[in-house]
Design a protein around this ligand. Sequence first.
Ligand code: APR
Length: 181
Amino acid sequence: MTSITLAQGDITRESADAIVNAANSSLLGGGGVDGAIHRRGGPAILAECRALRASLPHSRLRSSGGTPIGKGLPTGRAVATTAGDLDARWVIHTVGPVWSATEDRSGLLASCYRESLRVADELGARTVAFPAISTGVYRWPMRDAARIAVETVRAAQTGVEEVTFVLFDDRAYEAFAAQLR
Ligand code: APR
């Protein structure tokens, strides 16, 4: 049974076997968690992200034979790289769904947690730190995101012994705490 704990603060200061990044499909960085992980983790992470990009399906060479371009990492999928200078062995990059009021993308958000745990199992990671995926730039309502996150981790068949949700502010922390009560 995977134990679930909560922490409040900056996920890049967390110690865990794997730290999960709320990435975008380009895997080339961004703001929020993504920006913080690349900033503190250093260039080794981006170097591996670029290599992963080139190996993803849908990537195709430009006519000039230049750098591969492609659709990148699909929403709901997860891949692992080194954690660079972070206090972790791996960063697991997952692409959350953008919130939509008209389309139910809950399955894709659940997939981020499930797929990240599957990758963690492949790596042999025993402790995994998650941010509140999709609740920032991707605008997913926090309470609903917390429900999906906790339900998915609780239901997951995984060898991961401890999952820590690292929440950036009181609102997020309280939303996740309410789910655990
Ligand atoms: N540590 C922990 N949580 C953080 C941190 C941090 N250093 N920085 C931000 N957060 C919180 C946000 O407050 C939010 O609740 O993480 C949650 C996810 O927010 P985002 O990082 O914006 O991620 P997301 O909503 O999934 O959007 C992903 O944003 O940064 C870009 O490249 C990224 O395009 C992608 C998109």
